[in-house]
Write a protein that binds this ligand. Structure first.
Ligand code: ADP
Ligand code: MG
Length: 274
C-alpha cells in the first residue's frame, strides 16, 4: 500500500498547523506507523521542532542539502531524509525555499506541469511510508497547490474564533475550484479539525455549532485540540514525552486520539471506495 499523503491546512498562520503535524506524526510513529514529515515552509518551523526533538542535548545538527538544493540539483528526495526517531523521518527546509515558485515558473510552461511537479518528485517515496505529512505555509499559492496536489487527504484546521469559519469555507471552496475542478486532483477532505481558543470559551462553542450546521457533524473531527501551554514550550525544547510528567502525557494523549481518529476515518474512506 502506498503512503497516505496528507496536510493540515488553512490559509491563516498561527492556528496550530505545524504543532499539530509534528505531534500527530510523532504519535502515529509511536503507534508503529512509518511516517515522513516534509517541511514545505521556508520558515522551517517543523524542521526546527523535529530537530530539537531528535537531539535533547544541545548538539547542533547541520542540514547538508536543503529541499531547494535537492530540487535544483535534481537529487532524489530520499538523499536528504533525516531520521528523527524510530518510524519518524524528516525532509528539512530552509529559507532558500522562497525561490521555489520562481523555479516552477522558469522550468515549466503549462500550469498543470507546475502544479504536478512536486507530486511527481515525491512519487518514489510513497512506497516507503505509511504516512507522509507535508507542512505548508499559510497561503493560497502555487507553492501550496504543488503540495496539495501531491496529497490524498487534507485536514482543514479550524481555529474556533470569529471569522475563522468564513476562512475555512473559502479554503474548501478554493480546493474544490482549483485543485479538484481545474487540475483534476484526487485530493479529498478527510475532515475539519477544531483547535479551540480557550478552555470553555463561549465563542468556541458557537463557532463549533455553526461549523456543524455548515459542514455536517460527520465532517467535523470528534476529537478537538485544546490550548495547552506545554505545546508552546515545545517550540523551544522539541516534543517532550516524559511518562512521569502529566503535561507531556496530556499533550501526547490528545494527539494520539487525533491520530487514531485519522486512522478510523481513513478506513471508512477505503470502505466507501470498495
Ligand atoms: N494546541 C495548542 N495549544 C497551545 N499552543 C499552541 C497549540 N498549537 C500551537 N500552539 C502554539 O501556537 C503558535 C503557532 O502554532 P503553529 O503550529 O506554528 O501554527 P501554524 O503552523 O498554523 O502557523 C506556536 O507558538 C505553537 O507552539
Ligand atoms: Mg506553520
Amino acid at each position: 500500500m502506498p503512503a497516505t499523503v496528507m496536510t493540515f491546512a488553512n490559509f491563516k498562520g498561527g492556528v496550530g498547523k505545524t504543532s499539530t503535524t509534528a505531534l500527530v506524526s510523532y504519535n502515529l510513529s509511536k503507534l508503529g506507523y512509518k511516517c515522513l514529515v516534509i517541511d514545505f515552509d521556508a520558515q522551517a518551523n517543523i524542521t526546527s521542532l523535529l530537530l530539537k526533538t531528535k537531539s535533547n542535548e544541545s548538539d547542533i545538527i547541520t542540514i547538508n542539502t536543503t529541499l531547494m538544493a535537492a530540487i535544483n540539483e535534481q537529487k532524489e528526495l530520499n538523499e536528504i531524509i533525516i531520521n528523527i526517531k524510530p518510524n519518524l523521518d524528516l525532509i528539512p527546509n530552509a529559507v532558500d525555499f522562497s525561490i521555489y515558485p520562481r523555479y516552477l515558473e522558469k522550468n515549466f510552461e503549462n500550469e498543470i506541469d507546475k502544479v504536478a511537479f512536486f507530486s511527481n518528485k515525491m512519487d518514489s517515496l510513497r512506497a516507503e511510508y505509511d504516512f507522509i505529512f507535508i507542512d505548508v505555509p499559510p497561503t493560497l499559492s502555487l507553492l501550496n497547490d504543488t503540495a496539495f496536489y501531491a496529497c490524498n487527504q487534507i485536514i482543514v484546521v479550524l481555529q474556533t474564533q470569529e471569522r475563522s469559519l468564513a476562512g475555512a469555507e473559502v479554503f474548501i471552496q478554493y480546493l474544490q475550484d482549483t485543485l479538484i475542478n481545474e487540475f483534476n486532483s484526487n485530493v479529498d477532505i478527510l475532515g475539519i479539525l477544531p483547535v479551540l481558543s480557550k478552555k470553555g470559551a463561549r465563542v468556541d462553542q458557537e463557532i463549533l455549532k455553526a461549523a456543524i450546521q455548515e459542514f455536517g457533524s460527520d465532517n467535523i473531527f470528534n476529537n478537538k485540540i485544546s490550548i495547552m501551554e506545554r505545546i508552546k514550550r515545545m517550540d523551544m525544547q522539541g516534543i517532550t514525552d516524559n511518562q512521569k510528567d502529566i503535561h507531556d502525557r496530556n499533550v501526547n494523549k490528545v494527539f494520539t486520539d487525533v491520530a487514531e481518529e485519522i486512522l478510523k476515518r481513513l478506513s471508512s474512506v477505503k470502505k466507501e471506495e470498495v
